[in-house]
Design a protein around this ligand. Structure first.
Ligand code: SF4
Length: 415
């Protein structure tokens, strides 16, 4: 990566955690790497980036002779499970000298993907069993997930939908928009449609406009959302023309997907700025990943950088029990410890909701460190981020005596 343009670098007097935080929060360009000779007009063209993706072991080896034996074996087998694809832009974020590089872990296959633990599943969120028509998931009462494609700009090795994205397993995903739209038209309780996939922003502007126009024409659909990782893998796709087209369909929200502060480059910040300038509220979904973002300093840098990119951190997902993802899954204990280090320690806007998608299709369940220590008809006993204990009276019982702040006593924890 090249040319730091953001926050100041750490100084030698700073404590190590703070120095690391500052360094992670710097904004850099992904640079050109191996593609120095490519004209700007090509490099900045999203179709050129797609056409020149790294998709084979031979290409990967040539660009990165430092592949580990695990990566070599994983890449050899990748196209039987989830295809390999990395845009040249995103490839430049990988540190070839660091086998633990957090960017590398997300997109380069490893042989561990072929090991399936007993509790892992191919469809961990039970989407197929909640699909009334192919490509439409109706799990919650008032909203649907509308899958538009099985293609992405690059493939994340922990993808919840790896059974269908990239079609490496022969899932044969063929959404029929007419049937999906007809179902929404017939169900007046559906007020919110989330377009996802695969990545909807891989469609041409015209195709996406056609789909959004049809959905906007449905009277009871109040709210449209797009889930996309394109601003991170392929910021060149966020053109002024795309933003102008999307702007016609407000209220339209976009959820991006980024996991590590290094993904938030100057190119990404500019792309997100274009979307925000088009009036599109932006949220981010991260997946808690082992040796990628499972420490509080990295997570804090990521969340604070998102705010600087005008994006509200929305969800932090516990990694789903997708087959072959154990090597990337951090523990719930680590997730809770990270959340404990966020609440009260940084801007409330920066704090996402940590959720587990209940295995088998139970939906998102928020999990949080315990702040309510006890509760009865008279009072609730709570703890703040510093561990101080407070009482708050339940309304309606004026006779209750209460002490606003108390010293820490174990009995409060267990009463
Ligand atoms: S971009 Fe999203 S849908 Fe595509 S591989 Fe990554 S997680 Fe899966």
């Amino acid at each position: 990566m090249q040319s730091e343009t953001g926050t100041s670098a750490s100084t030698k007097d700073e404590p190590p955690a703070r120095g690391r935080l500052h360094s992670l929060k710097g904004f850099h360009s992904a640079g050109r790497g191996f593609w120095q000779d490519v004209p700007d007009s090509d490099w900045n063209d999203w179709r050129w980036q797609l056409k020149h993706r790294i998709t084979t072991l031979e290409q990967l080896q040539r660009l990165m002779p430092t592949l580990t034996p695990e990566e070599y074996a994983g890449t050899k087998l990748a196209n039987h499970k989830l295809a390999l694809a990395i845009t040249p832009y995103f490839f430049n974020l990988i540190d070839p000298a660091d086998e633990h590089c957090p960017i590398r872990r997300q997109v380069i296959p490893r042989v561990e993907e072929t090991h399936t633990a007993a509790w892992e599943m191919t469809d961990p969120c039970g989407e197929d069993s909640h699909s009334p028509v192919p490509g439409l998931v109706h799990r919650y009462p008032d909203r649907v997930l509308f899958l538009v494609t099985d293609r992405c700009a690059a493939y994340c090795r922990y993808c919840t939908r790896s059974r269908l994205v990239s079609n490496a397993t022969g899932y044969d995903f063929h959404p029929e928009f007419d049937k999906q739209i007809a179902y929404i038209e017939q169900h007046s309780e559906i007020r919110d449609v989330l377009l996802s996939g695969g990545d909807p922003l891989l469609f041409s502007d015209e195709k996406l406009e056609y789909l959004l126009t049809r959905l906007r024409a449905i009277k009871h659909v109040e709210f449209l959302r797009i889930g996309t990782r394109i601003p991170i893998f392929l910021p060149q796709r966020i053109t002024p023309e795309l933003c102008a087209m999307l702007k016609q369909f407000h209220p339209l929200f976009i959820s991006i997907h980024s996991n590590h502060p290094r993904e938030l480059t100057t190119e990404v910040r500019e792309a997100l700025g274009r979307l925000a300038d088009a009036g599109i509220p932006l949220g981010n979904q991260s997946v808690l990943l082992r040796h990628v973002n499972d420490d509080s300093v990295t997570m804090q840098a990521q969340l604070q950088k998102l705010l600087m990119c005008r994006v509200k951190p929305y969800y932090l997902y516990q990694c789903d029990l997708i087959a072959g993802s154990a090597h990337l899954r951090a523990s719930v204990r680590q997730g809770l410890e990270i959340m404990e280090q966020l609440r009260g320690h940084t801007t409330g806007y920066a704090v996402p909701t940590y959720v587990i998608d209940a295995p088998g299709g139970g939906g998102k369940v928020p999990v949080s460190p315990e702040y309510v220590l006890s509760r009865n008809a008279d009072r609730v006993v709570i703890r703040n981020y510093e561990g101080k204990i407070f009482e708050y009276p339940e309304t309606g019982n004026e006779s209750v005596q209460f002490a606003p702040q108390r010293e820490y006593h174990d009995e409060y924890l267990y009463s």
